[in-house]
Design a protein around this ligand. Structure first.
Ligand code: NDP
Ligand code: MG
Length: 377
């Protein structure tokens, strides 16, 4: 029996790599739906190749060539895909706040999720994880660090003492605060290890990405923030590690490639050979460096720890302000360092709601985005 899968964000970095994985595992997967935002040309090529039953774009577009598939659009289209019980699993690979609603729909319909979209858990991790548990839905991590931790834990969470998340350090690891303050969009988008969408690439430059990942790890593994550590590892061979209660540490290692975590998530609990293209060689790796993270140079990370520990709507607020600030940076309205000052300012003004329900979360998210955008006028 083939596993039936839909991909939300199929035209993005994770989406296209997931289709490379699925192409190698054609005997194991059947694609139910593909959803992109605006890249109709690429979506058309994907439709031609994978022949899904449903296709979705952000907005109606006359150039969409469905090849007989049902055409869907916008939020409602994503909703329809994610509530289709034909799916065994849905890969949520959109970027930013768009991921939350489809994830909630999939959970409500008992469909397992391979989750790349970390913003979903930063916005509403308590609710998402609780609902998933109640529905018996698996949330399988795609983010490489969380996949590494998931692979190490392998069902023995109660024996884990600390999660050790590695960070490449991004393009400004060895730059001064002054250089970071004057960084151009081009410099921020030149990530030394990973080729990703723009939002996550900017987050990786400010290390907010690591901050979001700390919060993501807290929700995925139910781990207290005092037991989630970050270590900088520029080579990105060690994708993360767990420290067991007896002090033994187990790490997951491999070439920096998203194919492996994507494949592990969508194939779980199987581990087929699939797209294996390059093997990691310890002899060729030569150097494994590890450094302490610099919270002063990258204050977004410290703010994320604080927001995570505060809980409630604190992380919803931080996520919304960050996302809007990142878009403002990409549009040339603010500097890279202003992302931090903006998020900090908005965050300090926010009155935290302790146990927000989902409607409150969407309302807070909207309000914070409006407030943040006001600052750029
Ligand atoms: P990209 O920007 O490359 O891709 C985003 C995808 O979302 C695109 O397919 C885009 O479509 C689609 N999209 C945008 N708006 C809509 C919409 N309204 N409806 C449906 N689809 C839409 O991002 P990444 O692939 O890099 O990242 C995706 C998520 O995965 C992020 O949350 C990121 O943090 C996470 N992640 C990514 C990693 C990576 O290596 N890239 C690693 C770990 C996590 P289109 O392009 O057609 O407009
Ligand atoms: Mg990651």
């Amino acid at each position: 029996m083939k596993k039936k899968i839909s991909i939300i964000g199929s035209t993005g970095s994770i989406g296209t790599q997931s289709l490379e994985v699925i192409e190698k595992l054609q005997d194991k997967f059947e694609i139910i739906a593909l959803a992109g935002g605006s890249n109709v040309e690429l979506l058309n090529k994907q439709i031609e190749k994978f022949r899904p039953k449903y296709v979705c774009l952000g907005k109606e577009n006359s150039e969409l060539n469905t090849q007989g598939a049902k055409a869907l659009y916008g939020d409602e289209g994503l909703q329809e895909i994610c509530s289709n019980k034909e799916n065994d699993i849905i890969l949520v690979a959109v970027s930013g706040k768009i991921g939350l609603k489809p994830t909630l729909s999939a959970i409500a319909n008992g469909i397992d999720i391979a989750l790349a979209n970390k913003e979903t858990l930063v916005m509403a991790g308590d609710i998402v994880m609780k609902k998933a548990k109640e529905a018996g839905v698996k949330i399988l991590p795609v983010d490489s660090e969380h996949s590494a931790i998931f692979q190490c834990i392998h069902g023995e969470l109660e024996k884990v003492d600390n999660l050790i998340i590695t960070a490449s350090g991004g393009p400004f690891l060895h730059k001064s605060i002054d250089e970071i303050k004057h960084a151009t969009v081009e410099q921020a988008l030149a990530h030394p290890r990973w080729n990703m969408g723009k939002k996550i690439t900017v987050d990786s430059a400010t290390l907010m990405n690591k901050g979001l990942e700390i919060i993501e790890a807290h929700h995925l593994f139910g781990m207290d923030y005092n037991h989630i550590k970050v270590v900088v590892h520029p080579q990105s061979y060690v994708h993360s590690a767990v420290e067991w209660k007896d002090g033994s540490i187990m790490a997951q290692i491999g070439v920096p490639s998203m194919h492996i975590p994507i494949q592990y998530a969508i194939c779980y609990p199987d581990r087929p050979e699939g797209i294996k293209s390059r093997s990691f060689s310890f002899a060729d790796a030569v150097k494994f460096d590890f450094l302490k993270p610099d919270f002063e140079k990258f204050p977004c990370m410290a703010l994320a720890y604080e927001a995570g520990r505060t809980g409630g709507s604190a992380t919803t607020c931080m996520n919304a302000a960050n996302e809007e600030a990142v878009y403002a940076f990409l549009n040339g309205k603010i500097t890279l360092y202003d992302i931090y000052t903006t998020v900090e300012k908005i965050y300090r003004q926010h009155k935290v709601v302790k146990n927000p329900d989902i409607d409150e979360i969407f309302a807070i998210d909207k309000e914070i985005r409006e407030k943040t955008k006001e600052l750029f006028k």
